[in-house]
Design a protein around this ligand. Sequence first.
Ligand code: XIL
Length: 349
Amino acid sequence: MRKGAFHFILGLFCCVACKPEYSNHCNPKENALKERVNFKVGVAVDHDLLGFDLAYEELVQSQFNSLSPENAMKASYIHPASDQFDWYLADRLVNFAENHGMRFHGHTLIWHQQLPEWIENFAGDREQWRALLEQHIKTIVNRYKGRVAAWDVVNEAFVEDGSLRNSIWYQHLGASYIRLAFEYAHEADPDALLFYNDYNLAQNPLKRKAVIRYLEEMKLAGVPIDGIGCQFHINIHFPEVSDLNKCMEEVCQAGFKLHISELDIALNPFSRSMPQPKEADLKRQADRYLAVFKAFDRQPNLLKYGITMWGLSDADSWIPSYFNREDYPLLFDGNYQAKAAYCKLIESL
Ligand code: XIL
């Protein structure tokens, strides 16, 4: 075969089979998302990857300057028995953040999910539940005092109609558990910023308004609450960018610090078969990521706590396993290569 023909065939083969070669303008090895913006960009990390996968760690620390534990600080992991705390996983993540000069965002103290069995089955009276709540919060916050910058103190306490969720905490302590949780966290570390965190706040104005009103009243009554985490598990179709904007604006207008705390933009909300992402969807996803970053950047500087991605790559996103579908919601693909969304942010921010 002539040399020219050989190269032509090799070229054709590479177009189809080789990993995409990203030009330097968006090659993560030559760029850093965290340097493109004047606020913190974070990522929720998987404790099974951080510490075990060097490429994962390299990408985490080169692109982000804030870190959230995806699971390691949830009650089932960190407080497995009433008289036993297991710090191993959380310590590793906090140490990693410290060693790389990253802010650490604690997630999450009080939630109705991922509870250990001993809490699910706890048979105490109201006073014993209060004591449990206090011990849980104070022990954890105290251990990381001065090292964890902020906590999601209460997660997902509201339901879609704007009323309080009938969670295990609510059942045993009534609405007062929310106030108590913030007070105990503040007593343990007066310097930590304290957040309320929830989902569907952009999608559902009824829920958003109820949450903001409730937290405003608590704040007026002197409860130490600094900010609101809007999770932003969104997709390429829904909600409208104008609703994302509205959500951010209303949180800031109420004087709360704003955290886009769990950002991912799914491609496949209707659970179709999707062995590969479509080009057009990846472009739409890129536009949506840019819209979120730009809208966030327009908020008052003092209230911009940051944007946190809920996972690093499509291979470690919670969405495919949790919702049992193929999906590609994050900035990097399963080989830690930049997707169109990452390139768009690097090019346009
Ligand atoms: C998810 C984790 O990503 C999964 O690994 C875990 O199995 C379930 O929880 N809202 C939250 C996060 O506040 O803690 C959840 O994280 C996603 C929804």
